[in-house]
Design a protein around this ligand. Structure first.
Ligand SMILES: Cc1cc2nc3c(=O)[nH]c(=O)nc-3n(C[C@H](O)[C@H](O)[C@H](O)COP(=O)(O)OP(=O)(O)OC[C@H]3O[C@@H](n4cnc5c(N)ncnc54)[C@H](O)[C@@H]3O)c2cc1C
Length: 494
């Protein structure tokens, strides 16, 4: 049986492993950490269970499609709840709940800007069209050549798909009110670039937000990891944890195996195909000899990375009276914070932040009567000076704002606190510049303009995950694993 070695068990590695095993190959996943899931790790401490990375479950259709590909359903593994309200935004003045129901949302829009509910219908009709083409056609392209995009639906829709306008301009043509504009620009932040640098094609994310909704898998996002891990094992995938890959062995332009260090001993895993699910830059520059690298260090340096993050996992020994599952703190200027992430990278002066309180929807993630909080500040990738003192100072700043907005004291009720930032992303995931979400989805970093999913120098080396196609986020990572598996299967069937 032909052997496939996959480096890393993040969502992309897990997805690729499942598809390769289904196709009948002997699949081994080598993972440096103790648990699967990569950036979607789970932290258990003092009776609290934290999702360390992703917290927004969007595009439920992508997850359902993944499990359906193996004759399974999501409900075979976990239960999903649609959140209502989807989330809350704390503006400088009053907070605003974003209702799950579309008609309720239209009423909310109309109360802010006359005529905006009608504009929303038109905006959403376009967004839906983009979502359908995007999710059914574009994201499944391996993007090895422009010719893949010679497709009647894509050509027909090229103008409608708004590839060359920015999200910022697109939204501004429909809506005048600043709050509405910011609300519709928010989903783009998942894609790692500013709305002014993100193609309006990505208003498909507004369709995902508003029409498809925000969901929560009971037990947390890690339940999805566990389910994919179980599925992969059912399909026969072998997992080796605490196996830190240190080299891809290459002979005459072909990968012959992978060297992994396990408890201070090196082991060699022979391979007919290697799929790199770890950080692309790390695999290229640290695991391959220079002559087999497709991209130079200068190429990487010019890439626009999605942000890194400063995160706090916090346990309280009380419940907060008036809090939602997801809260966005847009009470300060995003323009300044945005510049400090992209244009003039520095630690933010007045950051926007996000809080997830999973205990609002899930009894299992905190002891009774306690609250599970996750605070996230997006920051520029590659920042230096990530010290404990700096982390403490940011925490104090955002905690004060949080207390003011929720209207009750919090500091004295903290019974657990752990921070996570640039240094941890580098140490744990070999993340280039400590990125959290991979590569930004700008126009010049889309499809064939992204680092390719197959090596140009090593015939049987492939890449998957958030630094290659289709892009950052959990649903794209699932798709990336499927797309790379198809390419690897094509290669192995030659
Ligand atoms: C804080 C945060 C919040 C996020 N929020 C959301 C959200 O709400 N919704 C959403 O959809 N997306 C979100 N994302 C993005 C999403 O989590 C990622 O895009 C996705 O998980 C990336 O998966 P991946 O498989 O590409 O990479 P990873 O998860 O990084 O997996 C790579 C794996 O490779 C392993 N590895 C690295 N080096 C080696 C080595 N030498 N040997 C062996 N193994 C190795 C790593 O340990 C890791 O397990 C968030 C990300 C972060 C960090």
């Amino acid at each position: 049986m032909k052997k496939v070695v996959i480096i890393g068990s993040g969502f992309a590695g897990l997805s690729a492993a499942a598809f390769m095993a289904k196709a009948g190959y002997d699949v081994v996943v080598l993972e440096k950490k103790l648990q699967p899931g990569g950036r979607a790790a789970q932290l258990k401490a003092n009776g609290f269970t934290f999702d360390m990375g992703p917290s927004w479950y969007w595009m439920p259709d992508v997850f359902e499609r993944f499990f359906n590909s193996f004759g399974k359903k999501i409900s075979d593994y976990y239960s999903l709840e649609r959140l209502d309200p989807s989330y809350r935004i704390y503006w400088e003045d009053a907070p605003m709940d974003i209702p799950a129901d579309y008609d309720e949302l239209k009423k909310l829009f109309e109360s802010i800007e006359t005529g905006s509910s009608k504009a929303l219908d038109q905006f959403m009709a376009e967004a839906e069209y983009k979502y359908r083409i995007g999710i059914n056609k574009l994201v499944h392209k391996p993007s090895r050549s422009i010719t893949e995009f010679i497709d009647w639906d894509i050509i027909k829709g090229i103008v409608k798909l708004d590839v060359f306008t920015s999200m910022k301009k697109h939204i501004a043509t429909y809506f005048k009110n600043e709050k509405i504009r910011q609300l519709l620009e928010f989903p783009v932040l998942f894609l790692g670039a500013l709305p002014k640098d993100t193609p309006a094609l990505y208003s498909l994310m507004n369709y995902a937000d508003i029409k498809l909704g925000t969901w929560y898998p009971q037990g947390g996002m890690y339940t999805v990891v566990k389910s994919m891990y179980e599925l992969a094992k059912e399909l026969g995938v072998q997992f080796c944890f605490e196996h830190n890959v240190t080299e891809v062995k290459i002979d005459n332009g072909k990968a012959t195996g992978v060297v992994a260090n396990h408890k201070n001993a090196n082991k060699i895993f022979d391979a007919d195909v290697v799929i790199g699910g770890a950080d692309y830059h790390f695999i290229e520059t640290k695991l391959l000899p220079a002559k087999y690298r497709t991209y130079s260090e200068a190429y990487w340096d010019k890439r626009i990375m999605a942000p890194s993050c400063l995160i706090y996992y916090v346990g309280l020994n009380k419940r907060i009276k008036n809090i939602r599952h997801h809260s966005l703190f847009f009470d300060v200027s995003f323009d300044i914070h945005g510049k400090e992430i992209y244009t003039d990278p520095k630690w933010p002066t007045k950051p926007l932040f996000y809080v997830s309180a999973t205990s609002v929807s899930d009894k299992t993630v905190a002891p009774e009567g306690c609250e599970n909080l996750f605070f996230l500040i997006p920051i520029a990738a590659g920042l230096t000076g990530d010290t404990e003192a700096l982390r403490d100072s940011y925490f104090n700043t955002i905690l004060k704002r949080f207390e003011e907005k929720v209207g009750e004291p919090v500091e004295n009720f903290i019974v657990y606190k752990q921070s996570y930032s640039v240094k941890n992303f580098v140490d744990d995931y070999n993340a280039y510049k400590g990125n959290a979400y991979g590569l930004a989805n700008t126009l010049l970093q889309t499809a064939i303009l992204k680092p390719g999913l197959s090596s140009k120098k090593v015939s049987n080396l492939f890449y998957t995950g958030q630094l290659t196609v289709p892009g950052p986020g959990v649903p794209p990572s699932l798709i990336s694993g499927e797309v790379v598996a198809k390419e690897a299967i094509k290669y192995l069937s030659k």
